[in-house]
Design a protein around this ligand. Structure first.
Ligand SMILES: NC(=O)c1ccc[n+]([C@@H]2O[C@H](COP(=O)([O-])OP(=O)(O)OC[C@H]3O[C@@H](n4cnc5c(N)ncnc54)[C@H](O)[C@@H]3O)[C@@H](O)[C@H]2O)c1
Length: 418
């Protein structure tokens, strides 16, 4: 397998470990302590279930993590299975039936990257076979299924890690640290959005079916934008507020891609958190001008986490020469007409801002997240706080989905297992 040259593991883990030394972060993010660069020695035996777009990316990462032995892979679409086997090389068994794989193979943990409606059943089955589970986000398609997964995890006493990679992104971790140090002041609002301009369809090969390939567009398999995109950004908001939302209201529908899909092509929501803080959320797939962002709006400053940028509310004054250049550029010496408007427009100032991190890091958190899972399996370390992040993000995403479907305010459920 060819090494990913752009990824410097040692460098990465060094930065990660330095952050893990921060007591400010460790109390709320104990998982930072899990990844170690050296001296692992003990092999972790893995299986994979679902090797489509996401599963293939995980496979490529796993092949580069030291002391990982891939034992078996399963996908019920043979071209995906064969492609995975050809990437791995000799010695790994392929299956189309995951129960047969669980029955026949001996390994420690399974990585599940199948469509959302399959997550619960597969996780529960994996626990019955004594496996640790990494399951892609979102956790499941209903809150009842999420509860079932946690209950099964508790009974099995095995790891259940839900794949929210921003939790392991160095850019985000550094931002959380700066937020905890007070850099943004009091945060009362987060605005997050994910905009694309395409129909979100994948081409359907002759030997497959529309619903198998485009499962994201149908209610039986997914909750659409809420579970596929929003859950990532809701997880970020939960982590920044260190709370879960009390309530959500919103609307959405299919108002552009009227092509037989069942799930919304736009969602617009307000999440209310304790203490009167909010997450304003929207996602759409008929305009991509603003792209993807989480804007953290504090009394002392603003972060844009995807851009990795920071603006102060009251930046320190620039040196005299820069002020002069700025005045000249903005033509402040132009004649001001007497009797003009008595107000100053409050449009945003075009300030460049600073970067949250000095160094650009290549990983969006996915690689470190997998490293952490492997390390936890090796040490048999069950991290309930990490599982909760995935659980709460999915619960909140599904609340938003229900608010839109039922056209009502949805409150944080009282019957949650955690
Ligand atoms: N964390 C992220 O950023 C991120 C990004 C993309 C996808 N995902 C998540 O990953 C999961 C998979 O998404 P994807 O885009 O890879 O989907 P995909 O459709 O590309 O891949 C799913 C794979 O699962 C296989 N599969 C389905 N049912 C199966 C079964 N019963 N037994 C065996 N194999 C089965 C399919 O054949 C397919 O190869 C979803 O939960 C999605 O939300 C996460």
């Amino acid at each position: 397998m060819e090494e990913n040259k752009s990824f410097n593991r040692r460098n990465f883990i060094k930065t990660f470990s330095a952050l893990a030394g921060s007591s400010l972060l460790l109390s709320s993010m104990p998982w930072l302590n899990t990844i170690k660069a050296e001296g692992v020695g003990k092999t972790v035996r893995l299986g994979m279930l679902g090797i489509g777009v996401r599963g293939k990316l995980h496979l490529l990462h796993l092949l580069q993590i030291p002391d990982v032995k891939l034992v078996c892979v399963c996908d019920n679409y043979e071209p995906h299975l064969n492609q995975a086997l050809s990437l791995i090389g000799e010695g790994v068994k392929g299956y189309t039936d995951y129960m047969e794989m669980f029955e026949k193979e001996d390994f420690d943990a399974i990585l599940i990257a199948t469509p959302l409606h399959e997550h619960e059943r597969m996780t529960l089955d994996a626990f019955k076979y004594g496996l640790h589970v990494f399951c892609e986000k979102s956790m499941a398609i209903s809150i009842e299924q999420c509860n079932n997964m946690v209950r099964a995890q508790q009974e099995a006493n095995k790891i259940l890690h839900i794949g929210h990679q921003r939790i392991f992104s160095l850019k985000y971790i550094q931002a959380y640290q700066q937020i905890k140090e007070g850099k943004l002041g009091d945060i009362k609002q987060i605005r997050a959005y994910w905009h694309r301009n395409n129909d979100w369809r994948r081409p359907v090969p002759a030997d497959s079916t529309e619903r198998k390939v485009n499962w994201r567009l149908y209610r039986e398999y997914s909750a659409g934008l809420m579970t596929e995109l929003a859950s990532h950004q809701i997880q970020v908001a939960n982590q920044i507020y260190n709370e879960t939302p009390e309530a959500v209201w919103g609307c959405g529908g299919i108002n552009y891609w009227k092509d037989g899909r069942e799930l919304e092509d736009n969602v617009n929501l307000v999440y209310k958190y304790p203490g009167g803080s909010h997450l304003m959320y929207d996602s759409m797939i008929s305009n991509k001008h603003y792209g993807l962002e989480e804007q953290i709006l504090g009394s002392k400053g603003t972060f844009e986490l995807e851009n990795g940028k920071h603006w102060e509310e009251s930046p320190p004054p620039a040196p005299g020469i820069l002020k002069l250049i700025n005045h000249i550029e903005n033509k402040v010496f132009d004649t001001i007409p007497l009797g003009g408007a008595s107000w100053i427009p409050e449009t945003a100032e075009n300030k460049k801002g600073n970067y949250i991190m000095d160094e650009v890091m290549e990983d969006d958190g996915t690689r470190m997240m997998l490293e952490a899972f492997v390390a936890n399996v090796r040490e048999n370390r069950i991290d309930q706080m990490l599982m909760k992040e995935g659980f709460y993000a999915t619960v909140a995403a599904l609340m938003g989905y229900e608010a839109i479907l039922e056209n009502k305010i949805v409150y944080w459920p009282k019957d949650l297992i955690l």
